[in-house]
Design a protein. Structure first.
Length: 184
């Protein structure tokens, strides 16, 4: 479990570095971007290694309907994670859509994974996303919504999220983790 926790700490530190130590980050210039990218890759490796190697205890099981809630939350999370890139309407209503997407992704996974290693991983990443939003809000102050676009752009991103969800569901199934409760 120590590798998983170390990965989460490095992930959080790498992402928070720009906001917590802006002068130091700026002084690094482009090397700082490379350093952050390297730390993120290392943290991902540590989280994967730690997740796979950790001994785990079962903490809770939620009702079967939570699988449906998980799937709905995942679709919304995937939509939010990418909506900031297009000039639609939703991005003008939600500050930090990608981080809210990560928060929903983490919550969705906590609905269907009640073991300690999953709680540490998904709870840790969800907590990081919430802390990141608070730190950004404090650093940047009041939010000015971006220019409003069209609902068509949002619909395009929703369709892309649905396709991505299907791909992710297929990969989960291939790895032995069904996203449909009846198949578990």
């Amino acid at each position: 479990m120590i590798w998983l926790i170390l990965g989460l700490v490095i992930w959080s530190a790498a992402h928070l570095f720009k906001r917590v130590a802006p002068r130091q980050r700026e002084a690094l210039g482009n090397k700082g971007r490379a350093l952050v990218a390297l730390l993120v890759l290392i943290s991902l490796g540590l989280m994967i290694m730690g997740y796979r190697a950790a001994e785990t205890d079962f903490l809770y099981a939620l009702p079967m309907w939570t699988w449906h809630a998980n799937n709905a939350l995942m679709l919304i999370a995937l939509f939010l994670m990418d909506i900031g890139r297009v000039k639609g309407v939703v991005r003008t209503k939600i500050r930090h859509p990608m981080l809210w997407g990560v928060t929903l992704w983490a919550a969705a996974h906590l609905l269907v994974n009640g073991d300690t290693v999953a709680v540490v991983l998904f709870g840790g990443l969800g907590l990081w996303a919430l802390v990141e939003m608070a730190v950004i809000n404090r650093a940047e102050g009041p939010w000015t919504p971006p220019e409003r676009g069209s609902y068509a752009k949002d619909a395009m991103m929703l369709a892309a999220a649905a396709v991505l969800f299907a791909v992710i569901a297929g990969i989960h199934y291939w790895l032995g983790y069904s996203v449909i409760a009846a198949l578990n």
